[in-house]
Design a protein around this ligand. Structure first.
Ligand SMILES: *Cc1c(COP(=O)(O)O)cnc(C)c1O
Ligand SMILES: [Zn+2]
Length: 382
């Protein structure tokens, strides 16, 4: 498996480098990988029909499917990238791993490093949700909390990888072996749907490796699917460039959103966003943003109508559905796959603020009173 630059198309023999030595461009892998992933159950996630959500979308007559990536070992699709990149790092004899993360990639790296018995240094912004920070610490990784936005963690991880001679498993486009682990998503979707390829795949998008993996996997499987990159309105550098027809994505100033998984301002690696935008356009797809309120209502729908508990980012494709419909982007008979990328266990805060059918029972012996309470709650809201 060689490396190839997505900009100048120069190729290089397999090695652990993080950008094209000729032009500084993003590297991708080409050909079949002879090195096994360090697997422990990632991938092969279920594709679930969301018929109750379909029924809630007036005027929609197609199919909606959920690719439930919350089922991965550490609760997000990041496990696919880390399994692939860690397998390569171990084969190259590296002594440890470093990962800059907004939470999920760090949790994944920490889990996989624990299993492999290699040291891990995880660098995250200090404001990362508590559930994610707790998970990383539990696996025994060295956890560094850095004030300020994600890009500062990104720079520190690069420096630490160099200093310690560790592999950098940061899941932007920096590690081509990580990104290679995502092609399987596209293949799985086509195999699971069987009789037809999806017309659209909706993808929560930070820097864009998941867009690339889905795009490549679908292409290899012969599908011509439109990709929809979904970002949070409070951090939407790719959407902003898409809307003005720009080629180049510029960095976002200060992210402000509950969607921590895609809160990526791209400062210092704007080219990742430009590449992602290029792939979205090649698929004849689009990029759109959703507000935090739209995210909350999507989380609620996903949990209450389909039994799927997602972190805010993971519900963003559901938030995009009504907007795509209203914009006339979903033709009759559209077959839509929503990537549900991260588990609700990682960030329960947003749910805690939502109205719920929760009641304190004063006297558990008074079953009549409790029954009346339940009866009332059933009529509370639909
Ligand atoms: C990392 C992450 C994303 C964004 O993935 P990219 O490949 O960086 O675009 C989306 N959802 C969740 C839950 C994530 O952790
Ligand atoms: Zn190049």
């Amino acid at each position: 498996m060689n490396l190839r630059c997505v900009e100048c198309e120069a190729t290089f023999p397999p090695q652990l480098i993080y950008q094209c030595p000729a032009c500084g461009g993003i590297l991708e892998t080409v050909g079949q990988d002879a090195v096994a992933a360090f697997s422990f159950g990632e991938g092969g996630t279920p594709l679930l029909r969301a018929s109750r959500i379909e029924a809630e979308l007036p005027g929609f007559s197609g199919e909606i499917w959920l690719k439930d990536e919350t089922r991965n070992p550490s609760g997000s699709f990041k496990d696919r990238l880390i399994a692939s990149a860690l397998g390569r790092a171990i084969a190259m004899g590296l002594r440890g791993v470093v990962c800059a993360s907004s939470g999920n990639a760090g949790a994944s790296t920490a889990a996989y490093a624990a299993r492999a018995g290699v040291p891990a240094i995880i660098v995250v912004p200090a404001h990362t949700p508590l559930g994610k920070v707790t998970q990383i610490a539990a696996y025994g990784a060295i956890l560094l909390l850095v004030e300020g936005h994600y890009s500062r963690s990104y720079d520190l991880a690069r420096a630490l990888a160099e200093k310690h001679g560790f592999a950098n498993l940061t899941t932007t486009f920096i590690n081509p072996y990580a990104v290679a682990g995502l092609t399987a998503v596209g293949h799985e979707i086509v195999a699971q749907l069987g009789r037809q390829a999806p017309s659209h795949v909706l993808i929560p998008t930070g820097s864009g490796p998941l867009v690339k993996g889905v795009w490549q996997g679908l292409r290899e499987a012969g599908a011509s699917t439109r990709l929809v990159a979904v970002q949070a309105a409070g951090c939407a550098p790719i959407v902003r460039a898409f809307e003005v027809g720009a080629q180049h994505v510029t960095a976002w100033g200060m992210p402000e959103t509950i969607a921590s998984g895609i809160s990526d301002p791209l400062i210092g690696y704007e080219r990742d966003g430009s590449y992602t935008l290029r792939l979205v356009r090649e698929s004849r797809g689009l990029a759109l943003s959703v507000s935090d309120d739209e995210l909350r209502s999507a989380m609620r729908m996903l949990a209450r109508l389909e039994g799927v508990y997602a972190e805010p980012t993971g519900a963003s494709p559901i938030a995009a559905l009504p907007k795509l419909l209203a914009g006339g982007h979903l033709p009759t008979g559209a077959c839509i796959v929503c990537m549900i990328t991260g588990h609700g266990f990682k960030d329960g805060r947003a749910y805690q603020e939502m109205p719920a059918r929760t009641h304190r029972v004063e006297d558990p012996h008074d079953t009549a009173a409790v029954a009346r309470l339940c009866e009332a709650a059933m009529h509370d809201f639909a």
